[in-house]
Design a binder for this molecule. Sequence first.
Ligand SMILES: Cc1cc2nc3c(=O)[nH]c(=O)nc-3n(C[C@H](O)[C@H](O)[C@H](O)COP(=O)(O)OP(=O)(O)OC[C@H]3O[C@@H](n4cnc5c(N)ncnc54)[C@H](O)[C@@H]3O)c2cc1C
Length: 387
Amino acid sequence: MRFTDEHRAIRDTTARFIETEINPHAAEWEKAGIFPAHEVFRKLGELGLLGISKPVEYGGMGLDYSYQVVFAEELGRIAGGGVGMGIGVQVDMATPALAKFGSDALRREFLVPAISGESVASIAVSEPGAGSDVASITTRAEKSGDDYVINGTKMWITNSTQADFLCLLANTGDGPAHLNKSLIIVPTKTPGISFSARLDKLGMRSSDTAQIFLEDVRVPQRNRIGEEGQGFTYQMLQFQEERLFAAVSGLKGLERCIQLTIDYTRERKAFGQSILDNQVVHFRLAELQAEIEALRALAYDAVEGYIHGEDVTMKASMAKLKAGRLAREVTDACLQYWGGMGFMWDNPIARAYRDTRLLSIGGGADEVMLSIICKLMNILPGRKKRA
Ligand SMILES: Cc1cc2nc3c(=O)[nH]c(=O)nc-3n(C[C@H](O)[C@H](O)[C@H](O)COP(=O)(O)OP(=O)(O)OC[C@H]3O[C@@H](n4cnc5c(N)ncnc54)[C@H](O)[C@@H]3O)c2cc1C
C-alpha cells in the first residue's frame, strides 16, 4: 500500500490526539474500569476521525478503507487496549452496516451523531448461549403493528453502559438460520432495556462491558437496517471490517512491547552483561519484529483487495487469526524478558498480555477463523443442516 499525504495527516492527527487526550488518562481509566466515551468520542468527532470511511452526506470524510486502517493502526499507540476497542466498536463494528444498508432517515437519526461523536454505539450480537455460533442466537423481534417487540439477552457488550443505541441482531422470522435475522437499531433509553453491572474482566479494563436484558422492547420497524432477513449476511459483511480493524489495531501496540523490552533489557544486567546481549533474547525480539512486519503485509494486502471490491474473507480471516496468535507470542516473550517486573499488575507488558488475549476470542475465535479458512479451502467436513 502506498500512503499519501492525506494518510500521513490522519496518522499524525491520531497520534497527537492519543498522546495529549488519551495516554495521560489511560492508567486512571484502567483503574476506574471505564473511559468517558462521550467526552473522548466528541473530541474525535470534532477531528473527523469517527467518520473517515463514512459517506460525506452523513458527516463522514468519504475516504476509502485504507485511511481507516491508518487510523486503526495508530490506535495501537494507546497505553492499554480498552479505549481502542471502544473506538473500534463505534467506527468498525456498530456502524458499517448502518452506513451501507440503512435508510436515509435511519442514517440521519443514528449515523450522523455517531460520526460527530455525540452518540455512543454498541454492537449487540453475542448472547449467553451463542457467541461463536452467531446463527444460533435466540433474541426475537416480533412484529406488532408498525413496531418490533424485542425479547432476549445480549452478553459481553462493549460500550454498553454508556451507549445511546445498539446495532442489534435478532430473529425476525422462522426460516433458515441464515435468512431469518435482521439488524435493528435500538435506542438504549427505550423502556424494557436494562443492564447488568459492569463485567469484571481479565483485560481491556478501561472498556465497559455488560449484559443487556430486553423485555418487550418496542421499536419502530423503520429502525431495521436494510431488508428483513438479511441481518446475518449484513453482520458477516460487517465482520470483514471488524476483522481487518482487529488485525491492524494491534500492530503498534506489539511493536511498543518490543521497544519497551529492548529498553528494559538493555539496562538490566545479569551474569555480567545486559539481558539484551544474550543472543537468545535479541534474536527472539528480531524474529518477533519480523513476524509483526509479515502480519502488517498480510493485513495491508487484504485491505488493498477490500478497497478494490474483492472478496477478502480469506485474507481478513487469516490476518485476524495471525494477529491473535502473534499477540500471544509477543506479549508472552516480552513478559518473560522483564522477569519479575513483567509480572507486576501495572507493568505495561503485563497490561498488553492481559488485553491482547481477547484477540483470539472476540469477534470470532481463532477456531472460527480456521473454520472459515478451511471452508474456503474446501476442506471443512460437511455439517448436518440446522432444523
Ligand atoms: C471483552 C469482551 C468484549 C466483547 N464485546 C462484544 C460486543 O461488543 N458485541 C458482541 O456481540 N460480542 C462481544 N463479545 C463476545 C465475543 O464476540 C464472544 O465472546 C466470541 O465471539 C466467542 O463466543 P463465546 O464466548 O460464546 O465462545 P464459545 O462460542 O462458547 O466458544 C468457546 C471456545 O470454543 C472454541 N470453539 C468455538 N467454536 C469452535 C469450532 N467450530 N471448532 C473448534 N473450537 C471452537 C473456541 O476456542 C472458543 O473460544 C465480547 C467478548 C469479550 C470477552
